[in-house]
Design a binder for this molecule. Sequence first.
Ligand code: SF4
Length: 486
Amino acid sequence: MADDAIRCDACPVLCFIKPGRTGSCDRYGNHDGKLVRLDPHVVLNRAVERGDAVVPFLERSIDWDGSLVSHGETFVTAIGAGTTYPDYKPAPFIISSQVDGVEMVTVVTEGIFSYCGVKVKIDTDRHLGAECCTVRAKGEAVGHVTTSEYGSQMLSLGGVRHLTGGSRHEGTATSDALMNLCNGKAVELEIDDGAKVVVEAGKPPVVDGVREERMRVGCGSATIGMFAKQWLGKVDEVVVVDDHITGVLSEHQAGKLLGIPETGIKLKGRRSTPGRYFQVAEPGTSWGGTDIDDPLSILGKFNSRKAWPGLRLLMVSTTGEHYAYFELNEDLRLKEKELPAVLRQSVTRIKENCEPALCTVLFMGGAGGSLRAGVTENPVKLTHSVRDALTRVTCGGAPVYVWPGGGITFMVDVTRLPQNAFGYVPTPALVAPIEFTLKLADYGALGGYLDQVRSLGSISTEKVGKRAIAARKDNPWPLEAGAKSR
Ligand code: SF4
């Protein structure tokens, strides 16, 4: 073109990029009239025994002697590999390598995922928002609250409807939030009629400005089951306050088996089974994920025919974060007293048994579409090959879980990838690395681009930035026989 701009054809946006400038996604640039992928292409090396140390072994424009390429020890990831568009073009790298005498092929591409999102697990008892409530980032709807799991609240963020089905702002905010979460950055989310929560993969959540420390030891009923014996003889009644299932020691089967007598206690809420109560209060961010600050607010009057003056009552939350000790006076009214030393230990034990609260972010993407055409001329054969476990799928070298059923819908824990492995394009969509590894013979059988297969050593001749990263020891080695993608 007249102004020496060149056209990037790596995604449907088809940016014109002037010399020295980058395209809309900052992934490609015009470098001396050539279209270049700007981030280094990441190669995992098993021989580099330095934890997660990043070892530059091929700088841009410096010839590389290939000394670090070792068959079976080097894995070419899709991070920084680039994308081909439209999809019928072969993937950017189709690399062969010898592994234990078997000729293997790894097809790598940075997939553009319009159908993608993240599933977030937030370890907390606190009520973040009602199921189905909208989750917002920068004021835009980017997902929703889904089920509460054991000690955790799940969010579903992204998906094609938020990326493409709403306004341009909604799509951009969604892709920003997804990319930042996938790249391990902190993202502030706000739930309609709920809490503000800062989510960062592998870090504790921050709920309404308070950093969560521990996830609960169990529900109220489970807590009674775990610690009943430790309370025997030290206290007459225990109530474990929980938004879901509040436990009452004397009524619970654990208390019955230990011979703990009835105390005449009366709980508000709906009795489910003996010693297990639902809906004792409204959900909230206080005691056991309820909205109560005064634990006595969930109790009715004691039954005077069963209760007795001096009865000792411990009330505790499922994390041990909240607790209070009471005794009944002559009028059978509860008076708060200092927690006796013999009970202090049991509260500490509850805390000790709580695991650290963390945020977990799983990227979920659908690779069963046109991306397959960059691997084979007969796309459905790739799907079958993945299903038959002949082809292993990895994401930046990390193991993935491939959902059963149709398509190639996979999930990956973003903390298991090298940093900054995810990008975006303004269509909007997320860019995520994906690699398919299989035997060369199987690749030929599924209609692969055999004429595009290049040796592992051939990448050393390219004058583009490459970066070797030590493979994570807790990830299965992608080239190892028997390493499964699910
Ligand atoms: S958005 Fe990025 S990948 Fe797409 S055409 Fe522009 S520079 Fe290329």
